[in-house]
Design a protein around this ligand. Sequence first.
Ligand SMILES: [Zn+2]
Length: 209
Amino acid sequence: MNMFRGLREVLRPKDTEPFRETPHADPRWLDLADGKYKCACCGLDAREFLSLSYIAPAPFPHDNDQIDLAPLANDIFDTVDGDILTDDFCRVDTHHFVRTVIVFPLDGVEGCMMIGVWVSLETEDFARYHATMDRGQQSQLDLMFGWLANPVGEYDRPVAVLLHPQDSFQRPWLQIAHEEHPLAIAQIDGLTFDQMMNFIQAHGHSFTN
Ligand SMILES: [Zn+2]
């Protein structure tokens, strides 16, 4: 996998090379790259979960099975009164949410973990974001302040975030607003192997080795 390009070189320097200090990397990353972590419940390889997502913001009060079967196109959003969930927008009572991505580098190895999370925005910011969605040039929008609407690992709400709108219909990416928050530190230093596994296990998967 591209995600692990260079990982073997970091962890296992060639025998012919003279010994030298290499950046410390948890050897379990190599086991992960070798496919040694399989979920005890679903059997999937842990590498599959380096990209996770939530179907809906946690406050959306409906059956997740129904949501999964019937994702709605974004252009339905304005035609429905009341609670609604589409690919990128959600309304629950007077609260508005958008779908975003939070990215964490991995500590000591190449690659990253991405989690699709929903963010609650102020009504005015939501309106600006929603109105400009179809132009594909949203990086021109100002940064928006919001709140995570899903847990990330052990960190449940409220977590303040800055939303960076993107061009070319890419979902906005998130920066944790408080720089001393553990998630903000992880966004800079990278997730340790244990933090990454905790994030995956918080999504209901289970690894014994
Ligand atoms: Zn599983």
